[in-house]
Structure formats: structure tokens, C-alpha cells
Design a protein around this ligand. Structure first.
Ligand code: MLT
Length: 401
């Protein structure tokens, strides 16, 4: 008999954004003329920048000639991209990494979900609440539903995860946080690195939104913190920094010092484990995509993408200022492309989703979808078109919800 993985029965019925999409589709079919503005899923809307398009075209041409055609590439990614990442993201911030500590992939969602495979089934895992739902769901799928320690975020602690009283083995940190937009500063991140060092824990640092940090004093990489190489894995993505949500490219950094431990306390290199996992289960990111990502890291491509990021942050200002002026309390949107809107007291965020859609034809994301501490909040994304974003704010303010 084909027994199922019963852990799947412990998951909520559908993945957050699949659920939202279904509700929007239902609304659209019953209101075919509605002019819906989508500020729900954090999907980019600006096109790929010219430098990236040029690099992709050139790579396609290489694939057309027997002399330059590429078949399977290294599972870990091409060195040209690893070097471009070092030049773009790390060397300017004095972070020293080796190129082969960077594993190129086709997305951070897969990486943050798959990384737990190299740890034991009984590790205790700390997960912020509210946060990107993939950390929790993927660990429930792996049978760890009873091993989770939630780190509650609230306006009182600036939505920043606090060190737990109990000992945990793995810690997911998302900074800038999705959905709240809060960012761990140097002091807070240092406390987490010290905690991990004292407890032989590993930090899984998701910084997919680091390109949106405008405050230069805030760390963009956990490796800016002394000692982090011994305790942290970092995830970054080209999705939001270079409009790659449909192109797919990301990377995971595993320093060669970083160790996990077997039952007898013997250390093992996590770099070796992840390399073994990737070479077995993954055949690398496409050459064309890696050439595109290389162009996003360097020179013109980097400058052009910065202009796109500035555009989205202009939208964030419009949403933030518009809602604040109308008397609402909002968080985030300063160093992140998400606005975390405190709903008028007592409003249920799932019900508010329907109210907003019906009244304003604006789609957002209910806070409770990111964890129980997200109840009473609502996330709006800054990744929309400028005029449509203005229009959404106008409708919301006029509706006076
Ligand atoms: C979000 O809306 O939270 C993100 O787009 C989801 C993702 O990056 O997978």
C-alpha cells in the first residue's frame, strides 16, 4: 500500500498565495468588469533591464553554435557568476567568501525549503511569527510540526525575533522581514550570532530583500557580523533585486567552516552535505539565466536595477505616506518593499481581504497568512505599477475602511 507522508495532513489546506489567487479568480469570475489592482503577492512588474536582456541574447546565441554550446553545467553554478556575486554583493562590504562557498540555484524558495533536509528530523527550529510561510510549511512536511518554537513579533518589539529562553538548533531569520519590513541591525544580529555560537546552532539567514535596505548602517549580509561564518547559511535571490521572479536565479552561501554534529557530537561540514544534496538532486541553473544574473551583478546592469529598486521604493513611500496621512498605522516600507498595515482594531485579516477586494478592488495579503501574530495586520506590496499604486491608495483612503 502506498502510505502517504501524513505530515502533509497537518498543513493548512493550501499554500498562502495559491489560496489568495483562488479567491481573486473567484471574485474576477463573479465581477468580470472589476478593475482589480494587485498588491498581494510580492511579484515584480518592471521588465528585465537592458543590460540583462543583452546578456541573455548573447548567451542564447552561444547556445546556437556547436563551438560555444553548453550542456550540463556545474551543479554549484558557473564560476563567472560566483565571482560576479562576490564583486557585486560581498567585496564592496569587506565580506570575504570563496567563490565555491556560493551555490547557485533556481530560487530561494526551493533553497530555504530544501536546506532542512541536511539536518536531523528531531532538530528544534525557531521561526519568527509573522514570516514567509515556506519555512514553517516545509518543516511540517518534513515531520517537524512538534519541533517548532515560534518567535513572536509585535509592534512592541519592532516585529524583530527575540532570542528564545529555550535552546534551539536551527533559526530562520528573514531580514528585511517578509512581511513586516523590519530589519535586524548589527547589534541584534550580533546577539543571534553569539547565541548560535554558544548553542552550536545554525542560523538560516534569508536576505532575499537586502537590496531594498536604504539605511547604510544596517547589515545586508550576516557575514558582516564577526563570527557568522561559523554559524550561518545565507540565502539571496535575484527575484526582487533584478526582476527575476520569472527567470529564476538565487544563491545560497555555506562557508567551509560551518559545521553540524552527529549523535556522538562529531563535527561535519555542512558545505559537503549541501554539495552532496545538490549534486544528487539538482542539475544546475540554466547557462542563459546565469549569464543574465552575471550582468545584473556588474556595472550597467547593477545601476539599471538600482533604478528599478528605487522605483519600487517610491511606490512604498506612496503607500506608506498615503495610509499614514489618512490616519492609519503602518510599518515597513522604509528598507523593504512591503508595507505592514495595522488594521483598525478587531478586524480579522482574512475578512478584511474580502472587504478590500469588494469595496476597492484592491488585492493585498492577510497578515494571518504569515503566522498567528500577523492577525490584525495586512500586507501591501510596493512591486506594482506607479500609477496603479497611487490609484489603489486613493481608493483605500476614499473608502475609509
Ligand atoms: C511574497 O509575496 O511573499 C513573495 O513573493 C513570495 C516569494 O517570494 O516566494
Amino acid at each position: 500500500m502506498a502510505h502517504i507522508n501524513e505530515s502533509y495532513l497537518e498543513l493548512s489546506g493550501s499554500y498562502l498565495f495559491a489560496h489568495i489567487n483562488r479567491r481573486v479568480a473567484a471574485f474576477r469570475s463573479s465581477h468580470p468588469d472589476a478593475d482589480i489592482i494587485r498588491l498581494g503577492i510580492g511579484d515584480v512588474t518592471r521588465p528585465l533591464v537592458p543590460a540583462v536582456i543583452r546578456a541573455m541574447h548573447a548567451a542564447v546565441d552561444e547556445m546556437a553554435s556547436a563551438a560555444t554550446f553548453r550542456g550540463y553545467g556545474p551543479e554549484q553554478g558557473y564560476e563567472f557568476l560566483q565571482e560576479a556575486i562576490l564583486d557585486g554583493d560581498y567585496r564592496p562590504r569587506n565580506v570575504k567568501l570563496d567563490a565555491d562557498e556560493i551555490f547557485i540555484s533556481d530560487g530561494s524558495k526551493c533553497d530555504v525549503a530544501n536546506i532542512q533536509e541536511i539536518f536531523s528530523a528531531d532538530v528544534k527550529i525557531a521561526i519568527a511569527d509573522p514570516v514567509y510561510p515556506v519555512y514553517l510549511d516545509s518543516n511540517i512536511m518534513a515531520g517537524r510540526s512538534r519541533n517548532i518554537v515560534f518567535l513572536p513579533g509585535s509592534a512592541g518589539n519592532d516585529f524583530l525575533p527575540q532570542i528564545p529562553d529555550e535552546k534551539v538548533d536551527l533559526i530562520y531569520l528573514c531580514s528585511p522581514n517578509n512581511p513586516t519590513g523590519s530589519v535586524l541591525d548589527r547589534a541584534a544580529l550580533t546577539r543571534w550570532v553569539e547565541y548560535a555560537r554558544e548553542n552550536r546552532a545554525v542560523i538560516l539567514f534569508d536576505s532575499a530583500y537586502s537590496a531594498y535596505i536604504r539605511d547604510e548602517t544596517l547589515p545586508r549580509s550576516i557575514y558582516e557580523i564577526p563570527g557568522a561564518r561559523d554559524v550561518a547559511i545565507e540565502f539571496k535571490s535575484f527575484s526582487k533585486s533584478a526582476s527575476f521572479t520569472g527567470v529564476r536565479c538565487a544563491y545560497t552561501v555555506i562557508p567551509k567552516e560551518l559545521k553540524g554534529f552527529d549523535r556522538n557530537g562529531n563535527p561535519h561540514l555542512l558545505h559537503t552535505f549541501w554539495n552532496r544534496r545538490q549534486t544528487t538532486k539538482f542539475n544546475g541553473t540554466s547557462y542563459i539565466v546565469q549569464r543574465a544574473a552575471e550582468a545584473a551583478c556588474r556595472g550597467e546592469g547593477r545601476i539599471q536595477n538600482q533604478a528599478v529598486i528605487d522605483y519600487y521604493m517610491g511606490n512604498a513611500d506612496i503607500i506608506r505616506n498615503g495610509l499614514e496621512k489618512a490616519g492609519y498605522t503602518v510599518y515597513g516600507g522604509k528598507n523593504a518593499p512591503y508595507i505592514w498595515w495595522k488594521l483598525p482594531s478587531g478586524l480579522d485579516s482574512m475578512k478584511f481581504f474580502d472587504t478590500l477586494l469588494e469595496t476597492c478592488q484592491v488585492v493585498g495579503t492577510p497578515g494571518v497568512g504569515f503566522g498567528s501574530c500577523g492577525e490584525g495586520y495586512f500586507r501591501l506590496t510596493a512591486f506594482g505599477d506607479r500609477e496603479r499604486t497611487r490609484e489603489a491608495v486613493k481608493r483605500i483612503v476614499a473608502a475609509g475602511l
